[in-house]
Design a protein around this ligand. Structure first.
Ligand SMILES: Nc1nc2c(c(=O)[nH]1)N[C@H]1C(S)=C(S)[C@@H](COP(=O)(O)O)O[C@H]1N2
Ligand SMILES: [Mo]
Length: 246
């Protein structure tokens, strides 16, 4: 919430700055107009139902920082890496009518998303990257969530030092957002191991910890309370907000 207000006031300052050109520096009306458009920006562009801002290639950061747990180093991930992920299968199961086991090649044929967006980490850094992949909605359409389905849970292949696996979850509305994608490529190249290869979530409408790397399984469920501490994600179980809208 604090972050949304900060973004709104930042946009207001930027818009007020523009009014210099029209010589209306102290014009209350201009400022009021700027504030109200910042408010509507906040709701229409960056909420769950709105779209995150899309950047041009010129805005893309050369180096996209790596963050979070260490890249998995166990033997099963090593084997996947060694065979170029040709033995990788992505199960999409749980409350679905048609459980899937997708290969990376199948996912690549479904690739239809390609946008430069900004990743915002709660730790206070951001990076713009061009992400390409499969809208999560397309994968869910294949698997057909059943009537009782409410959440999509991402089980990851990495673990905290105490052995707890990383996981995340979204509700079906967030999952169906057109910018919620299973990312396969970053800046025109297949994801490298450190950025979550072969498949990670990218959800630019929410904070960085929601964008789960190294996805090993997607589970559709009625709830997530039965998992770990019950808050719907590794960081949520440590007290972070489950809804991390920017
Ligand atoms: N599986 C997994 N996904 C994860 C994390 C992690 O530790 N494990 N860290 C999250 C956090 S806090 C951030 S900021 C981003 C970092 O993504 P990057 O390494 O591609 O910059 O991944 C998110 N997804
Ligand atoms: Mo983060």
């Amino acid at each position: 919430m604090k972050r949304a207000l900060f973004l709104a006031s930042g946009a207001a300052i930027a818009l007020a700055g523009c009014s210099k050109a029209s010589n209306a520096l102290n014009d209350n009306q201009t400022i009021r107009r700027a504030l109200s458009s910042a408010e509507s920006l906040n709701h229409t562009l960056i909420g769950t139902h709105g779209r995150a801002k899309v950047y041009s290639d010129a805005d893309v950061d050369r180096e996209f920082r790596v963050n979070g747990f260490d890249t998995p180093s166990d033997s099963s991930y090593a084997r996947l890496l060694a065979d170029g992920f040709s033995s990788y299968r992505l199960p999409v199961d749980g409350l679905v009518e048609r459980p899937q086991k997708l290969t990376l090649a199948e996912l690549r044929t479904m690739r239809s998303y390609d946008e430069a967006t900004r990743h915002d980490c709660v730790e206070g850094w951001s990076a713009i990257g061009r992400w390409a992949g499969v809208p999560l909605a397309s994968v869910l359409a294949l698997a057909k969530p059943s009537q009782s389905a409410r959440y999509v849970i991402f089980h990851c292949m990495d673990r905290a030092s105490d052995g707890t696996p990383y996981y995340e979850s979204l509700d079906l509305t967030q999952a169906a957002h057109p910018q919620t994608v299973l990312a396969l490529d970053l800046n025109g190249k297949p994801l490298d191991a450190d950025h979550g290869a072969p498949v990670r979530l990218r959800i630019p409408t929410q904070l960085g910890y929601k964008s789960a790397k190294w996805i090993g399984r997607i589970e559709v469920a009625a709830d997530f309370k039965h998992l770990f501490a019950g808050h719907g994600g590794y960081w949520e179980d440590q007290g972070y907000e489950w809804y991390a809208g920017i």
